[in-house]
Design a protein around this ligand. Structure first.
Ligand code: AMP
Length: 318
């Protein structure tokens, strides 16, 4: 039995990338591990966010967790901000990391580039330290995340090693990041050279499938996904980025290998291929959305889940 921990930021609308890369897989851990899953509402403050939006998206994420099969009887589901001890640990850990190390983080560099270096909050710079605090707080051994978070988990290792070697004692545990076999990085459907990201600008959103999009919109986005001038459905993420991304989505939804997915589309044209991808997405996302709505409409229950989860997580944090 291992201690598992992960979380998702309640900022912006959840994408199919978040779903495939992270919380779709969370429930697979809860039967055989001590699983801690939180809504990373403090992390959501790294970019300006309206208070009511934050409140609402915090409930959204919890409802997504429950809709994806997480069971509060089998795992601890809580809100990051309910555990004040993490803030204390964060204040300690910032002393065990160098600015140069933080400035090398890809997500931070991308953020600086997107904003032309202007108004870069300190929170976005020290984000990986808070993430490390969450990991250490619960002695995490396994951290299921998408590819983009691996570098942050590695940085947590650096902090832990430095801390442990300074005090010659293994105080902080080194967590291992686990990414899904298929779908660790789902790309934008209109620009498959970049990640499908919930924080993209309006004009880039045609390539992003939001879990709250209705069926017609989801199908339209998939049918108009960028492919290439060839006709062959083949996995080649260098030369056929769009087709490879769609194959990845298909394989993830069907729980099959990419090679198996490729075989299913030998001789198929792109139109038929895209229709099959859309069907596969809807087959899973349709019922998922129904479950989501049911949970989302019961805030009294959601508050209870948060309260119970916080009291369990707090005990470990203390
Ligand atoms: P965030 O949106 O940064 O809170 O990310 C929540 C989780 O979703 C993290 O584990 C990310 O690695 C994962 N994730 C976000 N975008 C993608 C994507 N396009 N493909 C796969 N995983 C993703």
């Amino acid at each position: 039995m291992s201690r598992v921990l992960s979380g998702v930021k309640p900022s912006g609308k959840m994408t199919l990338g978040n779903y495939i890369g992270s919380f779709r897989n969370f429930s697979s851990f809860q039967d055989e591990n001590e699983t801690y899953i939180f809504v990373a509402d403090v992390h959501a403050l790294t970019k300006p966010i309206d208070a009511n939006v934050l409140r609402s998206t915090t409930y959204d994420i919890l409802s997504f967790y429950l809709a994806s099969g997480l069971d509060p009887e089998k795992c601890v589901i809580f809100k990051q901000s309910d555990i004040l001890e993490v803030a204390m640990l964060n204040a300690i850990l910032v002393n065990y990391i160098y600015m140069g190390e933080l400035s090398r983080m890809i997500q931070y560099k991308e953020h600086v580039q997107k904003n032309n270096g202007k108004e870069i909050g300190c929170g976005i710079f020290t984000y990986p330290v808070l993430m490390a605090a969450d990991l250490f707080m619960y002695d995490t051994e396994i951290c299921p995340v998408g590819e983009d978070q691996r570098q942050h988990v590695e940085l947590a290792h650096d902090i832990a090693r430095r801390f442990n070697s300074r005090y010659k004692e293994e105080v902080l545990k080194l967590p291992r990041s686990v990414t899904p076999k298929t779908g660790k990085r789902i790309m934008n459907l209109q620009d498959p050279s970049k990640k499908m990201s919930k924080s993209d600008k309006d004009d880039e959103q045609k390539g992003i499938i939001y879990l709250q999009d209705d069926e017609k919109v989801i199908r339209k986005k998939i049918m108009s996904a960028v492919t290439d001038s060839e006709t062959e459905v083949r996995y080649d993420p260098v030369n056929k980025k769009g087709v490879s991304n769609l194959l990845t989505i298909y394989a993830a939804m069907k729980n099959i290998d990419i090679e198996e997915a490729e075989k299913e589309f030998v001789g198929s044209n792109y139109g038929n291929f895209k229709r099959c991808v859309a069907d596969a997405v809807m087959e899973e996302i349709g019922p998922f959305k129904e479950r989501f709505e049911k949970f989302r409409n019961d805030e009294a229950y959601l508050n209870k889940v948060f309260e119970d989860g916080a009291s369990k997580a707090r005990k470990v944090a203390k």
